[in-house]
Design a binder for this molecule. Structure first.
Ligand SMILES: [Fe+2]
Length: 456
């Protein structure tokens, strides 16, 4: 090889090495974020709530709490000093508002009041099965800090303020769900601070969070350190024995959070066996599932391409959807594709988009003026699939998946309202417009299961 070519190749390799080393150091250091993190709420239950926060200085955390701001007459303290703090308040009353104050006792003996005042409150979950109204928001792929993320958040908050729920005394939101990729680019602890905790701090101090596990979250180990998730059915449902996937109950709805990023989705795998048993055990009126990889999408990811995302969209569609549909799932939320796509009320489409048959669509309207009618918890009576992956950015895609009633290259969030037997879902854009809205009305169960074998 000529000398000058050799020099160029060596120079290029040297630059590559420096870049790789720089990135490694950046990501490694980011894995150990040491700074303040405002309080966030996890694993709500009718009688319990977990509060977490982080402090720059080590200390022993204490929470004072009570039903009114003037009477924070209960308190719970940690038993040792730390920077990452976690306390689970127990023995609370269902469906009640509690105010809280967070105190840090430093090793020097000094005491700091970190968070206090009328904006620090949470609400416990209603009694399981109770038909009170439920309002929850869904952010998809929310972890890219910047203008779009702020616009989407502010548009959602403004819409909530202008359209308050009718029952007074309730929180402006009961729950906040995500569909994964909570912190770009590598899911480090530091990126979780800049991409997730800082921008959403004002919501997270009041509204319990349920984050799905995305492929970017799975690049590092921070996710399971940062979040407290129920492996022992701490918030209802059937214990899964792992934080990767689990279920929980809120009022008359049953929520299932699956791990499409790292857990096996093979037939007979642990997650799928648990899912089947969980669905059989639940008697709740509504079934809502959330996870990262969409079973149907022609967005920035293509669910027809078996190589896209390591075949995880294909596995989800082929192996997981039949179980969800047999168990009567009403609404399935996913992300990963950075757009908004929403299906018709449908069932039994487990192949690629070319295998979709007209009869798999159970209602040929968009559910805009008349709600979709759906009998009770009957299996295969129709599910709506929503891809919401554009809460901090949106990309381009074909947006022509035939399962979709609506496909938009638009940033926004999803808001879901449940009023006993009626569920209403809205897509709120970063400009505050409702760009899609549909409802599902539960009718009495018929007990007739429509087997998908008819389509084979
Ligand atoms: Fe993703």
């Amino acid at each position: 090889m000529k000398k000058w070519i050799k020099r160029i190749v060596l120079g290029f390799l040297g630059l590559l090495l420096i870049y790789a080393l720089g990135r490694f150091i950046d990501v490694y250091r980011g894995s150990f974020y040491t700074g303040n993190r405002a309080p966030y709420l996890m694993m709500p239950a009718p009688n319990a709530m977990t509060l977490r926060w982080q402090t720059r200085q080590k200390g022993q955390g204490q929470i004072r709490y009570g039903r009114s701001l003037a009477q924070l007459d209960n308190s719970l303290s940690e038993t040792s000093v730390a920077e990452a703090h976690e306390l689970r308040l127990q023995g609370l009353e269902p469906g009640r508002r509690y105010y809280y104050q967070i105190i840090n006792k430093l090793e020097s003996g000094a005491t700091q009041t970190l968070y206090s005042g009328k904006t620090y409150w949470f609400m416990t979950s209603p009694k399981t099965g109770q038909a009170v109204s439920v309002r929850f928001a869904v952010l998809g792929d929310p972890g890219q800090p910047g203008k779009v993320q702020n616009q989407v958040r502010d548009a959602l908050m403004t819409w909530l303020q202008e359209n308050p729920r009718p029952d007074r005394g309730r929180a402006y939101l009961d729950l906040l769900l995500t569909t994964g990729d909570n912190a770009y680019r590598s899911g480090t602890n530091k990126q979780f601070q800049t991409g997730f905790f800082s921008p959403y701090a004002s919501i997270l101090k009041n509204v319990p969070l349920w984050p799905a596990y995305g492929n970017h979250d799975a690049r590092r180990w921070a996710f399971f350190d940062i979040f407290s998730l129920p492996s022992k059915a701490e918030s209802g449902g059937l214990a899964s024995g792992t934080e990767h996937y689990y279920s929980f109950d809120y009022a008359n709805a049953h929520f299932i959070m699956l791990d499409s990023s790292a857990s096996s989705m093979a037939v007979g795998s642990k997650m799928l066996n648990w899912l089947q048993q969980d669905l059989m055990a639940s008697k709740q009126k509504w079934i809502i599932a959330a996870f990262h990889h969409p079973p149907y999408s022609h967005g920035s990811h293509d669910s027809d391409n078996r190589h896209d995302s390591g075949g995880r969209m294909l596995d989800m569609r082929k192996n997981v959807l039949p179980i969800l549909e047999a168990g009567g799932a009403d609404l399935v939320l996913s992300g990963h594709s950075h757009m908004y796509e929403r299906s018709w009320l449908m069932h039994c489409n487990y192949g690629d988009s070319s295998t979709l048959q007209a009869d798999m669509l159970l209602d040929k309207t968009r559910g805009l003026t008349q709600p979709y009618k759906k009998p009770g918890r009957d299996g295969f009576s129709g599910t709506v699939y929503t891809v919401i992956g554009s809460s901090s950015k949106h990309d381009q895609g074909r947006l022509d998946h035939p399962a979709m009633a609506v496909s938009l290259a638009e940033s926004g969030s999803v808001l879901v309202d449940i009023a006993n037997s009626l569920m209403t879902v809205r897509f709120i854009t970063k400009h505050g417009q409702v760009a899609d809205q549909f409802s599902i009305q539960k009718t009495p169960a018929t007990g007739h299961a429509m087997p998908c074998a008819a389509f084979n």
